[in-house]
Design a protein around this ligand. Structure first.
Ligand SMILES: Cc1ncc(COP(=O)(O)O)c(C=O)c1O
Length: 386
């Protein structure tokens, strides 16, 4: 079957705030991490089926849903997970906040690698714990940005942590960490009794020929110390349904985690449960293959456009996600490029500073849209540069 990503539905006519209604009508939204494409048909059919039977009653995660999640891990990575290791959560952000409640304290904080997803920075405020930063180190080759781990800093900082919140693939940098890096990070965590919470929400949005391996798959010892967070929400563009999964193979960690989920009464929306069952069943994988091709071409278009038309802007080449990271520090824009571009280009990107202080002078761009809208946004940015 052929899928089309060229036409995107109009979300401006919906009366609840969303990516397209948040800013004034003349501003092109390329910010929050959802895509402009409709979700795949099998998921939409399932939701129609539920609505058509008329009752929107309480539903709870079924054994068959846990089996479906476990089967997907086996199918994608030959990672053998028992269905009872799967804990359903109300999204990945609540999933890692729950972990911080259980595994962090005033003395043992949450370790993060900045610049990183803004919600990682909120954990310290939500739970009242220290945040321990291990900034990724930036280098530039031509106009292409690279980021690497500073191992001395990691080794020193990990001692202060109760939990390491890993973002892999990384938002906003699009990095898939190498096995070597993952093994080394895990080794430091295990040595220091630090629980690894691996946010792998973007793991199925692979670009080009890139491959992914879950942190917990790397060794049974690592699996014992790891909570893996996965979800269909980014991959199949159903983030508004808020359903995700914490895979916890270590029974002791799992029991502590589950207890907290139960205490907080984090019940998942029934539509989210139905969508996840279909999304992870494999019925949408043809759509996903086409999506990855389209997103890969969008990433290539973005990098080429910037290289050829905006020599003072630097960019990452994302290995996964539909997110790019742009460095405007050499463009002569004074102050925040995010604010400058809303005003002068009528394009809303994401403010770099929300990903950490090292994001100052940068923005994140969402290229999960049609090529036409992507080009329109880039044309507007190019014309507005000083
Ligand atoms: C790394 C990462 N984790 C989690 C989320 C959001 O997860 P959820 O909507 O399931 O809470 C996002 C959304 O952008 C993300 O990029």
């Amino acid at each position: 079957m052929k899928y089309s990503f060229y036409a995107t539905p109009n979300r401006r006519n919906l009366n609840i705030l969303n990516k397209w209604t948040y800013y004034p009508k003349d501003v092109l939204p390329m910010w929050v991490a959802d895509m402009d494409f409709p979700a795949p048909i099998p998921i939409l059919n399932e939701l129609h089926r539920v609505v058509d039977q008329g009752v929107l009653g309480y539903e709870i995660p079924s054994k068959s849903l846990s089996e479906t999640v476990a089967a997907r891990m086996d199918h994608l990575y030959q990672w053998k997970v028992r269905p009872e290791s799967v804990v359903t959560v109300t999204g990945i952000v609540s999933g890692f906040n729950v972990a911080a409640r259980v595994f962090c304290s005033l003395k043992k904080g949450v370790l993060i690698q900045t610049p990183v997803f803004n919600e990682f920075h909120e954990v310290k405020n939500n739970i009242g714990i220290p945040q321990i930063d291990v900034p990724l180190v930036k280098s530039v080759d031509g106009n292409i940005l690279h980021y690497e781990i500073d191992w001395d800093v990691f080794r020193k900082q990990v001692k202060k942590a109760g939990m390491f919140l890993l973002c892999n693939p990384h938002n906003p940098l699009g990095i898939i960490f190498s096995h070597k890096d993952l093994l080394r990070m895990a080794e430091f965590c295990i040595e220091n009794g630090v629980v690894i919470v691996s946010d792998e929400i973007h793991s199925e949005l692979l670009l080009g020929g890139n491959q992914f391996t879950p942190m917990a798959k790397l060794s049974p010892e690592i699996a014992k110390h790891t909570i893996t967070l996965v979800s269909p929400s980014k991959t199949f563009n159903v983030p508004g349904l808020f359903c995700g999964f914490a895979i916890i193979q270590n029974k002791e960690l799992r029991e502590r985690y589950k207890k907290e989920v139960e205490h907080l009464r984090l019940h998942v929306n029934s539509m989210g449960l139905h969508a996840a069952q279909v999304a992870f069943s494999g019925q949408c994988d043809g759509w996903l293959r086409e999506l990855r091709r389209y997103l890969t071409a969008n990433r290539d278009f973005l990098v080429k456009y910037i290289t050829e038309n905006m020599p003072n802007v630097r960019t990452t080449i994302s290995e996964a996600t539909y997110l790019g990271w742009l460095d405007f520090t050499r463009t002569g824009i004074k102050g925040s490029p995010y604010k400058y571009l809303i005003k002068n280009a009528k394009v809303a990107l994401s403010e770099g500073k929300i990903f950490g202080s090292d994001g100052k002078g940068h923005t994140r761009i969402n290229f999960g849209t049609s090529r036409k809208i992507l080009k329109q946004g880039l044309d507007r940015i190019r014309r507005a540069l000083p």
